[in-house]
Write a protein that binds this ligand. Structure first.
Ligand code: C2E
Ligand code: CA
Ligand code: CA
Length: 843
């Protein structure tokens, strides 16, 4: 990163190698002219005229800035060409030198190097012009009384060409050194423009000579003519530069179209040096999350990229531009344009406008890149969390299923599944508290992992349930041996500070050579259940004792009758504002009052319904009960919306939105009082018909909530595709929260919800400390046993009436500034008990 000084030094040396000879050559010409000047006293008048004209010229200058060097385009060519045929050499050379010098002063040039160079260049050009004129045999008109136009023209042309060559070559050599661009490229870039302008000026010189041949008075038309040509050329040059600038600006903003921060910053500094013709450009950014970064370039290479504090010092005149967004949400950093020398450098109006546009595009690009990086980070952490049990960092159920299915599909040999459940773990939790319970679970995880063999996968399914997938067993019987070995590993007591706790466990075992892990898990579950019932340590699954298949068959057969006989009843669980304890919505959860088997939870019958062809009728019946409840609550003065769970399969049914619309209007409920909860699923992220169904629901004004957020692999992808209004944090993440670590998923989901302006609801809030912590993290709403379990609609109405819409005390006093935990004092209003007196309705 030491390139900055070296590059500057090299440029300086090369500059002097050009400017030196030019100044020396110019001085030599002036000295020679002075020594022979006395021989032509008549030329004094001519010298004075030439000097005056050249100074006047200086006012007609068009400023062209190249980096920090402002160059003027002046109509000198015409004047010098004419002088070469009118004046004797010494007068002509001295006149040019004086004129050029005065013209520099009149333009307020102060840099001696610059003045020396410009005067030297014009003097050498004038010497070359007059040498060329005399070489073709033209003698000065002022000394020659026999004036002939035809004798003068060759000299005029020779002088024109000689001056033009010197001027072009020397000027472009200078620009080439300053800009670092090849000499050839610079000359060729302007060649058409140069030739046309110069030929125009030659024409002026020619016309002047011809006019002089007719009458000396005609010389008076010279100045207006020169001005006209000059202005035309100036205009053309400005337009051309303007177009080029727009072109380059467009290219630059195009390059900003990247989500990679490095690509954006590199493009910015490279493009800025080019577009604004600076010697260096740098961008310094201060991302809100992440480290400050400085990138510096001289246009052709990146000179520095790293922390701003460690960048080598750079000299020169600096124009800083703040990177601020129009939205005013803080500054992102600074763009700096650096010029050699001490300046000042002034931007034209067009350049200033270009700069504003450039900066705005850069701000957007930097912000986009930052947002992208953040999304990427969140996606990674979700993907990790989705495959991991947050407490023990073991695999979770999803990961185990994926791993097992991969093995079943690809590998020969027997696969075994062990389901391990700790006995009496609830007592540990209840007597010692959750923190100690967590430590026991961690110890169990550690021991199971130690007892596993390479290729095995240990997972925690939540609570005190663990699973081990055994890969590549040589025989099914080995699975049972391994199960005993695993439980033996749990045998020695676990040391907790000053306590020793012995853990006992039961294990269900099953093996298979094909099929799905889901089926193996189901069988292991049955075996585990039997182990617990019979008080055995290890039970191997046996087909004969499996009644689950029979069960699900009979359930399927009962369905049609169940719907028509209204055996499905809907309970409602309130969703609560975490801060105030007010009920803000209720979620409809369905139960099946089975005539023989008693109440069944949704997990038992939803699969059967989805397979049975009765889904639409079931969904309609649930929706209808939910809407009746909403109407009852509204009639009693409680305007709370109801959230209804929708099976992914309903979203594949194009007639679903119409069915919902019909129900809404039949019950006279506005669409805004209905929230539809979607679970992430493959269906949700893949199919077009799903998009159409969701769009149709939204178009009616129904709100959408993404349920169990964070458990799917595609959470973020789904979020990008499906425009939801609400995120529900899955209760597994909430139950894994503890005082020291809220969990990455909880935190990032809340942040995500806030930045996308979505309502975030935490599920499964069971304890006051979870409520407090969630609220402190910025989560506005929650539901869970802390507030209430699901209950019939009329019971919920009774609670609403008694608590004036509240289910819990507020988290903190109204108006309190400090967020203070009142959880110890807070009297939770337990449902069914009498409400605190303060909340009694005073009728
Ligand atoms: P879900 O949408 O995640 O619903 C929340 C589940 O968590 C409910 O279980 C609820 O009783 C339970 N829960 C609420 N608070 C707590 C808490 O503090 N601790 C614990 N441990 N659990 C809590 P439920 O009623 O068994 O429902 C299970 C799932 O069945 C629901 O999960 C939902 O996905 C589905 N479901 C329920 N009713 C319907 C329905 O009518 N249609 C469809 N398609 N799915 C339904
Ligand atoms: Ca739900
Ligand atoms: Ca859920």
């Amino acid at each position: 990163m030491q390139k900055t000084p070296r590059t500057d030094d090299a440029t300086n040396r090369r500059l002097w190698r050009l400017v030196g000879p030019v100044v020396v050559g110019g001085s030599a010409a002036v000295l020679t002219a002075l020594s022979s000047f006395a021989e032509h006293p008549t030329a004094v008048a001519g010298l004075a005229v030439l000097a005056i004209v050249l100074v006047g010229n200086g006012f007609a200058v068009i400023d062209v800035r190249i980096r920090s060097v402002s160059d003027g385009i002046v109509p000198t060519t015409a004047v010098i060409t004419l002088a070469a045929v009118f004046l004797p050499a010494p007068a002509m050379i001295l006149g040019t030198a004086c004129g050029a010098f005065l013209s520099q002063l009149s333009r307020r040039a102060t840099d001696p190097m610059k003045i020396g160079f410009n005067v030297g260049k014009d003097t050498i050009g004038a010497t070359a012009a007059i040498a060329a004129a005399s070489a073709v045999g033209t003698s000065p008109i002022l000394l020659d009384t026999t004036f002939s136009v035809f004798a003068v023209i060759p000299g005029l042309f020779a002088a024109f060409v000689a001056y033009m060559l010197v001027d072009e070559i020397v000027s472009h050599a200078l620009f080439s050194i300053i800009t670092g661009k090849p000499f050839r490229q610079l000359i060729l870039a302007q060649v058409d423009f140069t030739i046309i302008t110069r030929l125009g000026l030659f024409a002026v010189a020619l016309a002047t000579v011809l006019a002089y041949g007719i009458s000396e008075w005609l010389l008076l038309v010279l100045p207006p003519l020169v001005s006209a040509i000059h202005l035309a050329a100036a205009n053309q040059l400005r337009t051309r530069q303007g177009n080029e600038a727009w072109q380059r600006l467009a290219e630059a903003t195009d390059e900003f179209n990247s989500v990679d921060e490095t690509a954006v910053l590199y493009a910015a500094v490279r493009r800025a040096t080019d577009i604004f013709s600076t010697d260096q450009a740098e961008v310094e950014i201060h991302p809100p999350s992440g480290e400050s970064r400085l990138v510096r370039s001289n246009g052709s290479e990146i000179l520095y990229d790293g922390p701003p504090g460690e960048a080598p010092a750079a000299e020169g005149y600096l124009i800083p531009i703040a990177l601020e967004s129009y939205r005013g949400d803080g500054d992102l950093g600074q763009l700096r344009l650096r010029f050699r020398g001490s300046g000042p450098v002034r931007f034209t109006e067009r350049e200033q406008y270009t700069l504003r546009t450039f900066t705005a595009a850069l701000c957007t690009a930097i912000r986009n890149a930052a947002t992208f990086a953040e999304t990427q980070r969140l996606a990674d952490s979700h993907a990790r969390a989705a495959a991991q049990d947050p407490l023990t960092r073991l695999a979770n159920r999803r990961r185990l299923q994926q791993y097992g299915n991969d093995i079943l599909a690809g590998q020969a040999g027997v696969v075994g599944v062990l389901l391990i459940d700790l006995n009496h773990f609830k007592e540990v939790n209840d007597t010692l508290g959750h923190a100690e319970g967590d430590r026991v679970l961690l110890a169990v995880a550690e021991r199971l992992t130690a007892a596993a063999r390479p290729g095995d996968l240990v997972a925690r399914f939540g609570g005190d349930e663990f699973a081990v997938l055994l890969a590549g067993l040589s025989a099914p019987a080995i699975a049972e041996l391994r199960a005993h070995a695993m439980l033996d590993a749990l045998g020695p007591p676990i040391e907790l500070d000053d306590m020793r706790i012995s853990v006992e466990a039961s294990c269900g075992v099953t093996t298979g050579t094909g099929g799905s892990v889901g089926e193996l898990l189901r069988r292991a579950d049955i075996a585990l259940y039997q182990a617990k019932q019979d008080g055995q340590r290890v039970v191997v699954y046996a087909q004969a004792r499996d009644t689950a298949d029979v069960n699900s068959l009979t359930l399927g057969g009962d369905l049609a009758r169940a719907i028509s006989e209204h055996q499905f009843i809907v309970h409602f669980q309130p969703i609560v504002d975490l801060a105030s304890g007010r009920v803000i919505a209720a979620e409809a959860l369905t139960r099946w009052q089975h005539p023989d088997q008693g109440p069944l939870s949704p997990d038992r019958f939803l699969g059967a319904i989805e397979r049975s062809g009765q889904l639409a009728a079931f969904a309609d019946a649930v929706l209808d009960q939910a809407l009746i409840a909403v109407t009852d609550w509204a009639d009693a003065g409680h305007q709370i919306p109801v959230a209804v769970n929708v099976s992914p399969r309903s979203l594949l049914d194009p007639s679903f939105p119409d069915a919902v619309a019909r129900r809404l209007s039949a019950r006279g409920v506005p669409a805004s009082a209905l929230v539809i909860e979607l679970t992430e699923s493959v269906t949700l992220s893949k199919l077009e018909v799903v998009d159409e169904v969701l769009a149709a629901l939204r178009d009616q004004g129904i709100r959408l909530a993404l349920d169990d957020f964070g458990t799917g692999f595609s959470s973020l992808a789904t979020l990008a595709r499906v425009p939801v209004d609400e995120l529900k944090i899955d209760r597994s993440f909430v139950s894994a929260m503890n005082a020291s670590a809220p969990g990455a998923v909880v935190r990032s989901t809340i942040d995500l919800g806030r930045s996308l302006d979505l309502l975030v609801v935490a599920e499964g809030v069971e304890r006051e400390d979870q409520r407090q912590q969630l609220w402190e993290l910025g989560c506005p709403a929650g539901q869970g046993h802390l507030f209430a379990r699901a209950m019939p609609a009329d019971r919920l109405l009774a609670h609403l009436n008694r608590g004036e819409g509240h289910l819990a005390d507020p988290l903190h006093d109204t108006g309190a500034v400090i967020r203070m935990s009142r959880s110890r004092r807070a009297r939770r209003m337990s449902l069914g008990a009498e409400p605190p007196p303060g909340r009694e309705k005073s009728t």
